[in-house]
Design a protein. Structure first.
Length: 415
């Protein structure tokens, strides 16, 4: 650029010298000679000026190109660290921070609303959908042998929805590829829950995970888990529903940009803040985004543990029927009912026979379920038999190292 300034200054000095020379020539040359010389010099100056202008434009264009934004420029995406599927060391995770017991009574009575059905057709369903789901193992990865053994069990029980946990570390990124491929090949809808403390999600890494698994067939992605517990937050302090909604929206935008459906985190039935109050305020905070694609695609994950009941599990408004209370809150705060997927539930600490009876009753009711209640997924297919090490999850496991719970055979007998 300094050379450009010198050239311009030199050009102006030359013009001044030539003009002074022409004025002097007019004093002693004949008029006709001075006129001819003047015209020739002026044309030379005009051509020289055009040449200088072309040079100026050529010098300035690269500078302008760097200064102005390029609307067609695509952001650089750092590729995944490994092109091959790693063999991850299974990391033990707590899928539900609250030990499933009888949920507390809601702070306001539940009512079963009549849902508007205008938006439900946009939510994908598995082929032959029956609403029957099950939570996979509580770890973020399993060996291919575990997948090969238990996916056929899902098929035999006619399970159509499976919730699973996805880690965010390098060795987690590809860990569930084998599982997801097996589920999709068997017409089972995978429902991914991303493991991250609230507020600590690496959005760049998260987008890589979303892009990878969306391409494999994952359409439902739950963001965070049980935010009404302080231990689920990155600073270990209970965040408000309004703060959670703001943090959730950042990640949900990424999910929608990849043509997937973002899930609101399920509440803990025994949270430090009551689940119905938290859900109500969360819905109210999201109301300002009404009409956006994120809100049109969002769904609510539900943990509807029963813990035991003296009557019908389906009629139990505090336990299994907790989602009906959330539907009422959605209707009153948003003006419509957000679709819901049960990702944890059941009666893990009940006697095996009672657990089997209640889950079979719930599965039998699903063909007549509310349209917004997409699936019910009890907790859980197995624990130690699939590599889990947390003994708290063993009571609710359907498959144990030394036997299979009665619920498995009863579910296989369902049509």
């Amino acid at each position: 650029m300094p050379e450009l300034y010198v050239a311009v200054l030199t050009g102006w000095i030359a013009v001044l010298v030539i003009r002074a020379t022409l004025s002097a020539l007019d004093q002693w040359l004949p008029a006709w000679v001075a006129l001819v010389v003047s015209r020739i010099v002026r044309r030379v100056l005009l051509l020289s000026g055009c040449a200088v202008l072309v040079i100026l434009v050529g010098q300035l264009m690269p500078v302008l190109a760097e200064a102005l934004p390029d609307a067609t420029r695509q952001p650089e995406v750092t590729p995944l660290s490994s092109a091959e599927q790693p063999q991850p060391t299974p990391v033990r995770v707590v899928a539900s921070q609250s030990i499933p017991t009888r949920p507390r009574a809601p702070t306001q009575p539940a009512a079963i609303p009549s849902p508007p059905l205008t938006n439900l057709k946009r939510f994908p369903r598995p082929p032959g959908d029956n609403g029957r789901g099950l939570h996979w193992f509580p770890t973020t990865s399993q060996s291919p042998g575990v997948v090969d053994r238990f996916v056929p069990e899902l098929v035999a029980m006619r399970i159509k929805w499976v919730a699973f946990a996805q880690g965010m570390e390098d060795y987690h990124l590809h860990a569930n590829e084998y599982l997801v491929r097996a589920l999709v090949q068997n017409n089972i809808m995978p429902v991914m829950r991303v493991e991250s403390p609230v507020g600590a999600l690496d959005l760049v890494r998260f987008e890589r995970v979303v892009a990878l698994y969306r391409a494999l067939g994952v359409m439902y992605i739950q963001i965070y888990n049980e935010p009404n517990l302080s231990k689920e937050w990155s600073d270990r302090k209970l965040g408000s529903p309004e703060r959670f909604a703001a943090v959730w929206l950042e990640a949900a935008e990424i999910v929608v940009s990849h043509n997937a459906w973002p899930g609101l985190a399920a509440m803990s039935p025994q949270g430090e803040q009551s689940d119905d109050e938290y859900v109500a305020r969360m819905f109210a905070a999201l109301r300002t985004r009404k009409g956006t694609e994120v809100i049109n695609r969002m769904w609510l994950s539900v943990h509807n543990y029963t813990g035991g009941t003296t009557g019908s599990i389906v009629a139990d408004e505090i336990g299994y029927g907790r989602y009906r209370l959330y539907a009422q809150l959605s209707q009153s705060r948003l003006g419509w009912i957000v679709p819901m997927i049960g990702t944890e539930g059941g009666t893990p600490h009940a006697p095996a026979e009672s657990q089997a009876r209640w889950i079979v009753e719930a599965f039998r009711s699903l063909p007549q379920r509310e349209p917004y209640w997409l699936a019910y997924s009890p907790w859980l297919i197995g624990n130690t038999i699939g590599g889990g090490e947390d003994p708290r999850w063993e009571p609710g496991s359907w498959f144990k190292p030394d036997h299979v719970e009665p619920v498995v055979d009863l579910v296989k007998q369902l049509p």
